[in-house]
Each structure stands twice: as C-alpha cells, then as structure tokens.
Design a protein around this ligand. Structure first.
Ligand SMILES: Cc1cc2nc3c(=O)[nH]c(=O)nc-3n(C[C@H](O)[C@H](O)[C@H](O)COP(=O)(O)O)c2cc1C
Length: 439
C-alpha cells in the first residue's frame, strides 16, 4: 500500500543556523544577509517543497535561570530577525514555492498587518502566507506596552476579531477597482473602494485599506493551535495547520479533530492541510543514521540540554532549571504561556526523568531514522495511517541546521519520495494557495 501524494514544507526561524556544527561554515554571520535562506529556498524548490515557514517571537528570553544568559549563549530566541522583509528576497530567487512568516495578533495593529501582508503578496506575485500566532510570553508583551498578555483563551478571542478585521480590509477593494481609464483620468474607481467601519470588542478600524489586496486576495493563513480553543481558531481560518506530535496515533486523532471542527464551522476540511513536524535523520547506512540520531538527541552534550531547556522554558515561561534533571516533573505546574505545550510535556514525562524526556522534546515529532529509502518507507506508511496531508521538516537548530542537512533532504530524501509519486513533481498553479490546495 502507498499513501496518496503529500505536501512537504520546511520549518525554520530567521536566526543563526548551526554555526558550531562541523558543516556550519560561515553561516553564523552569513544568515543575517538572508543569503543562507536564499540558497535554502532554491534547494527546497528544486526538491518540490510547497513552502518554507518562519516561526517568530520578539523577545530576549530570561525564562531559564532568570537572566538572558542562556538565551543569548545559545542564540535561542535572540538574535532573531523579522522574517517579513525576507520573503521578497526568497521569492525573487525562486519561481513557485510559497513563503510563510509569523506575525502576532497580540502585538500588531490589524491595519498595519493587513497592509504589510497585502504588499508582500504583490511583491511575491501571490506566494506568501501568514502564520497567525497569539504569542505566549509576557516578556514579549512588555515590548508593546503590556504588563502581561491577556489570558490564553482571550488571546484567541482577540485573534478571531483581528483576522476578521484583516480579511475585511483585504476585501475593502472590489475586484476591478483599479480602472486606469486614460480618457477620464481615473486610476481607481472610488465607488469600488469601501470603508469597513469595524467596531468590535477589541479593535476599531475605519478602513478602507489604502491599497488593493494582492494576487491571492487572502494570503495563505497558517496556524498551530494545540489547545481546544486554539484548534477551534485554526480550523475556522487556516489553510495550513502545523503541529508537533510524537506518535502516529496522536497525529491521526489531531487531523480528525481539526477536520471535524472545520466541517462544523461550515468549511471544506480539504481546504486545510495539516503538516506534521518531523526531523528525518538520514545516513548512508542504518547504523550511520542511528549514530547521528544519538549524537543529536542523546542528551549526552550539556549544551544540548541547556538549549532544550531554554526553548521549553521560554515558551512556557517556567524556569526549568528548578526541576532536577534525573527526576520526574512534579504535578500541577501551570502557566499563562503555551499551556498545551506544558501539559503535553508533563503528560509525556510520566514515568520518565526530565533528562529522558528532553530527548523527545528536542525531536518534537515522531522518530524518522534510516537511509533515504527507509525514511521514505516510514513517511509513506505514516501518511497512509494518518490520512494526509504532509510533513513539516525541521533541522535541529544547534547541531544539524546547515547546508549539508538541507542537501540530505533535498538531494537525498526528496528524489526518492518523488520517484515513488509521493510528492509533487511540478507546480501547476501560479499562486501559492492554489498549489497548496491542489491535492
Ligand atoms: C510547528 C509550530 C510552530 C509554531 N510557531 C510559533 C511561532 O512562530 N510563534 C509563536 O508565538 N508560537 C508558535 N507556535 C505556538 C502556537 O502558536 C500555539 O500557541 C501552540 O501550538 C500552543 O497551542 P495553544 O495556543 O492552542 O495552547 C508554534 C507551534 C507549533 C507546533
């Protein structure tokens, strides 16, 4: 049995790749020019990827150990640059692939976001997407005049309204509003451009947008809700949902839940592609792949432990240095940060020490280890069991995010998947959204 064709995407940040890895080269400084990501985009498009997605946050975290030392030592959340201005560079270097950048509904004013995304959609000729996040870290909120973020579910209520405003702004110019009538001298027809006069609980925006929406109209919306409220939000709006789940059973249940929620909200579930985070570890032999896997996730390296603790501390806003590494996590830890990430972590931790569970946390997805052929087999059977829609590949940031790893995927794994008819062999549409929703 073989799965239906699925989508491939890449998950990354606009930050330093694995500068201290053996194959890091000059990437520790080069990433800031965007050149590293331009090379990556070319390589991934050649391989048949649907999109690259850039996660984002706007803080120097002090969650682990109470100071910024760990965050800056490992370059975890800082330095990190804004992915939005990077997108046109990537689009200019490619022809078909889509590019998704993250922007927070808790921090942007909706008018600016709508305008920036519409501008990017024009600049890239319809190849961008917006990863809609509500953010979870109070320390980031303090950069925008807040003492703390609104409570978890209320952030999603604000986000629902935010997306509504943004979509109304994109729709505030009717198709054909630009007439360019040389005889009458009209560039745009004012009867086709309408204020939105939005007055909600959280946002008040007059409109219209001072420019027409881009080629996609509404760019691809991407989301990663994990909690029930988050899933309700993502299934209402998203075209791509990204998720990090450790087992095929959980992946399957998550997709069924999203599709059920989408249908209940009047959407066609096929208009949503659920993309599962994975990091395939590929070797020329099974033994080589296993050895690499152990090097990356074995947690023998104290720096790996610090990095993994730094990431989980930052997103949950809980100092994980307080928990002994060789004991189980205590019960009843709560946060106003990413609660579902914390709950999930604690639940998976049952019967395991913190050190043991960090290995799985660093991996953030099911295990995929072997030669290119055997990893392709595993992806095939995983996708068949889950029911679709695709994989979101990520390189472990500290040790394996380098050009060598990207090439293992784009020149090693992807051609095997393509030969088997499991991934696209062409892009049949001009717009990112049309390619994404084509199968
Ligand atoms: C693959 C993936 C990517 C994510 N990217 C971001 C991001 O860029 N910025 C951010 O603040 N949160 C990001 N998140 C967190 C989600 O937006 C969401 O808050 C999280 O999955 C927890 O779900 P919940 O908010 O419903 O509790 C990401 C989550 C996942 C699984």
């Amino acid at each position: 049995m073989t799965a239906d064709p699925f989508h491939l995407a890449w998950f990354t940040s606009f930050n330093s790749p694995a500068w201290r890895s053996a194959w890091g080269g000059e990437t520790g400084t080069e990433w800031m020019t965007g050149e590293y990501f331009v090379d990556m985009a070319r390589s991934l498009e050649r391989a048949g990827f649907d999109f690259m997605m850039f996660e984002d946050s706007t803080m120097v975290s002090e969650a682990l150990g109470g100071t910024s030392e760990m965050d800056l030592k490992h370059g975890l959340h800082s330095p990190k640059m804004d992915p939005l201005p990077l997108l046109p560079l990537l689009a200019a270097a490619t022809k078909h692939m889509g590019f998704i950048a993250t922007a927070s509904t808790s921090f942007y004013p909706p008018f600016i976001l709508a305008r920036t995304m519409a501008t990017l959609d024009h600049l890239t000729r319809g190849r961008i997407g917006w990863n809609v996040v509500t953010s979870s870290e109070d320390i980031a909120g303090k950069n925008y005049g807040m003492d703390s973020l609104p409570e978890h579910d209320e952030r999603y209520d604000r986000a629902d309204e935010f997306v509504d405003v943004v979509e109304q702004l994109w729709d505030s110019w009717e198709p054909g509003a630009i007439v360019m009538n040389q005889e009458t001298g009209h560039y745009a027809d004012h009867t086709k451009v309408h204020p939105i006069n939005f007055e909600g609980k959280y946002h008040k925006v007059r409109g219209p947008l001072n420019m027409p929406a881009g080629p996609q109209g509404h760019p691809v919306l991407c989301q990663a809700g994990g909690s029930p409220r988050g899933r309700e939000f993502s299934s209402a709006h998203a075209n791509a949902i990204v998720t990090a789940l450790p087992t095929v059973d959980k992946m399957k249940a998550y997709r069924a839940d999203i599709r059920e929620r989408a249908a209940r909200q009047g959407r066609n579930p096929d208009d949503i592609k659920v993309m599962y985070l994975v990091q395939p570890i590929i070797g020329e032999t099974e033994a080589e792949a296993r050895a690499k896997f152990h090097q990356i996730y074995g947690m023998d390296d104290p720096m790996q432990i610090e990095q993994t603790l730094g990431v989980i501390s930052a997103v949950t806003e809980i100092d994980f240095f307080q928990f002994p590494l060789d004991e189980e996590m205590p019960e009843g830890v709560t946060t106003n940060g990413h609660q579902s990430i914390l709950d999930d972590f604690i639940q998976r931790n049952r019967g395991k020490t913190l050190r043991e569970s960090l290995s799985e946390r660093a991996r953030l997805g099911p295990e995929l280890v072997g030669t290119a052929e055997s990893v392709a087999d595993q992806m095939d059977s995983m996708m068949e069991e889950v029911g679709g829609d695709g994989f979101l590949i990520r390189a472990e940031t500290g040790l394996s995010h380098n050009r060598r790893y990207i090439d293992e995927i784009s020149s090693g794994l992807a051609p095997v998947l393509r030969r088997r008819g499991l991934i696209r062999s062409s892009y049949d549409h001009a717009l990112f959204k049309d390619n994404l929703l084509a199968f």
